[in-house]
Ligand binder design. Sequence first.
Ligand code: GLN
Length: 186
Amino acid sequence: MRVGVLALQGDFEAHMKALKRVGAEPVEVRTAAELDTVRGLIIPGGESTTMLKLMGYYELFEPLRAFGGQRPVFGTCAGAILIASEVLNPSQASLNLVDLTVERNGYGRQLDSRVVSVTQYGLGGDPEVEVVLIRAPIVRRTGGQVLASYLDSPILVDYGRHMAATFHPELTDDTRVHKLFLSKVN
Ligand code: GLN
């Protein structure tokens, strides 16, 4: 199964490897033509402002919106910011694919970047996992189904077709999140 990873900037290579680990065929996506060849898309972590500029440069904004109207998109960290309906701190454009308000760098200095233990991971199997947060956005509001939270804020949200995570599932060897996304693409 061909699953795209938006490869404009950020840690797309780690998602390519994570997709291979769950048996998918990952494809780097940089153009609208490449987007047309995949059945689902991951937008990785990185710097959302930079990715937004590159989306403009490569004329991908509208194709990505159209793709999300038909096929599953999974946004992680900066990717979650890009698929959100509302971005705060500061406000910026987004693809508006999911009902989600995020505040960029919302955990502040105390929690700049770290590995934290989450004890309620609603994905079946071991409910306690370590997750990686890197200058993560904080979820201020969501209309989706919350699958995991940290410090009372959602970190993994399921929207049926789409998914958003404020952490980096591609950086640990827990494959459950990528498997869940694959089941949506299928
Ligand atoms: N702080 C970044 C942003 O606002 C997101 C960080 C990440 O993706 N790890 O775009």
